[in-house]
Every structure is written in structure tokens, then in C-alpha cells.
Write a protein that binds this ligand. Sequence first.
Ligand code: CP3
Length: 342
Amino acid sequence: MTKTILRALAGETLPTPPIWMMRQAGRYLPEYRATRAMAGDFLSLCYTPDLAAEVTLQPIRRYGFDAAILFADILLLPQALGADLWFVTGEGPRLSTINRQAEFDALKGADDIHDHLAPVYETVSILSRELPKETTLIGFAGAPWTVATYMIAGRGTPDQAPAHALKAENQALFAALIDRITDGTIEYLSKQIEAGAEVVKLFDSWAGSLRGQDFDDFALAPAKRIIAELKTRHPGVPIIAFPREAGDRYVGFAKATGADCVALDNSVSAEWAAANVQVDGCVQGNMAPGHMVTGGQALVDEARAIVEAFRGGPHIFNLGHGITPDADPENVALMIEAVRNA
Ligand code: CP3
């Protein structure tokens, strides 16, 4: 029997939506914190295949999610392209910056990333052996715009101002960077699929800050190129696109890019998304991550309402963004129970 997530991604409407959760392997879980302490730091965890596979499996053992997402980070690709990368505890990622032509020229080519990323591919192959047979393995990468915002600013920024500034001031350099990341992402995801990823997801966390033609050029077009090339190389491997906070640009995004599923953040209502996005195919989402902190009847009611709103078409239940470290693991169990009994 085909796995439930693959059935939903193929367009099937299921009586109960399959479920997984963004950042399901993470600091809210005591077993994650223990393995991370053993690894020493976050990047060592990402690059030690046995430990990265272990934290990927932890939420599957604890909750029986229908999918496991590879444990890695979207910033490993920039590092493979030659950027310096480190994480400041309690603050987040830091990278060497790309603002001048010479900095771009020092980057590696898209074909030269695989030695660096070999441990990630090894994690994928361990997982494809060790996951329960009913669990789908999801690989991922950041979308070019989101990855570029970190490479340009050297850190997370609330409004992505440095990336917007480079886009305005040096269009050619900005476009070349987007192209290099796009090419690298194709090679990276292609290798994840060869190693055993059954689905891949593109995280465009900052898509919401692109407007009008910029959204077409730097969110939609790169996704379209990545998806077209992956579909040529690996026909039949479904792709989930997550243009977070795209708002009304969620409408038609799957058709325009060739994605098999659009992941929705929790700023759009499930009713609106059912009428305007799910009409084109599978959607994923979109409960507010805050419910994983607050729990209670409000969580149960919201989970049921989301299942109800999307009942008429293909749907994968998820949060609208990653679960936060202050979440209560009991609330995750409560969400799963509410979805499976809705
Ligand atoms: O979802 C999963 O469980 C799979 C693993 C995964 C991580 N990051 C692990 C992680 C995935 C899919 C990501 C994607 C990612 N990483 C995104 C896109 C999705 C999103 O959240 O919008 C982005 C923007 C990043 C970059 C990144 N990584 C930031 C900004 C941070 C710091 C913020 C934070 O939460 O601390 C990270 C660190 C990170 N990536 C952690 C995890 C579990 C926490 C690190 C730790 O354990 O200390």
C-alpha cells in the first residue's frame, strides 16, 4: 500500500490527513537536547550522519508521524558553496557576506558541493534503511531567495533589507547569486533523491517580503526552474513548495511552478486556502505553532477546524511554521490525536 503522504501528494483526498510537523526534530524534545549535547554543537550534529539520523528518528518513535524530514539546515548549501558559517547560541546563524563581485567570484560552482555535503547524503541513506515502512522520507533545501538573504546579510534579518538593497543596487550580481544558488539547489536535492529522499521540500521562508515582479522573478521563477529540472531527472518524485507569507500569491503558485503541493503558513485562513489554493491540488498546513505552547481545548478546536476546512481535497496536516523550543511535547500528542480522530 502506498504511503499516505505520497497518496495525498498524488492528489488523493483521504479520510484522515497524514501529518508531520516542521522542526519536529528540535529543542522542545528532551531526547533532541541530549543528542545535540552529545554532538557538541548544531553543525556537528548536522554533519554526523548517525546523530543526524538519530534526531530525525526521535519524533517518529515518539509520535508516529507519517513523514520524517531529514535533519540538516538550509544554510549547509551556502557553506558547501564556500561561505563561512557558524551558529551563535541563543542568536542564530552567522555567515561571511556576499556584497561585491569579488566575494561572489570566490564561491564554488554548483557541481563542487558534493564532497562537503556527503555526510548529509549519508544521513539520507541511513534514514531510508531505518525508517518504518509506512513513513515517508522528506529531503529539503532553502529556496534561492531565502538562502540569498542569509548569504548577503550574513545573518537572519527581520525585513531582509540587505538583500533588497543589493537587488536594487547591483542587479547583475544579485541575479548571478540567485542563479548560483538555484543551480546548487538542483544538484543538492538531486543527490538527496538519489540517496533515498521520497519527497523534497523547498523552504522560501522570506518569500513574503517579495512584491509584484520581484515575487515572479525571485520566488516563482527559481522554484519553477528547480522543479522542472528535478522532474526531468527524477520523474515521479513529488515536490512541496513553501513560499511562506506569500498571501494572495499562494493562488496559482503550484500551477505556475509545477509543485505538487503548496505549504501554507498560518497567516491565511484554512477556509480561504481551501477555496483559492486547494482547488489546484494538495495543500499542507497550517496550524499556528503557538498552539504547541498553549495547548488545551483551543488547540483541539483549531486542529479539527483545519481538518474540516480541507476535507474536500488532498491535504497534509502540518503547522504553519516550525515548532518553537518552548513547546510542550504533550501538546504535539494532543494535536495528532485531534487530527486522527477529527
Ligand atoms: O524541520 C526539521 O525538523 C528539519 C530540520 C531543519 C532545521 N532547519 C533544523 C534546525 C529545517 C528544515 C530547517 C530549515 C531552516 N533553517 C529554515 C527554513 C525554515 C524556517 O524555519 O523558516 C531557515 C530559515 C533556517 C536557518 C536557521 N537554522 C536559523 C535562522 C536557525 C536559528 C533559529 C533557531 O531556531 O535557533 C537555525 C537553527 C536550526 N535549524 C535549529 C534546528 C533544529 C536549532 C538549532 C539548535 O539545535 O540549536
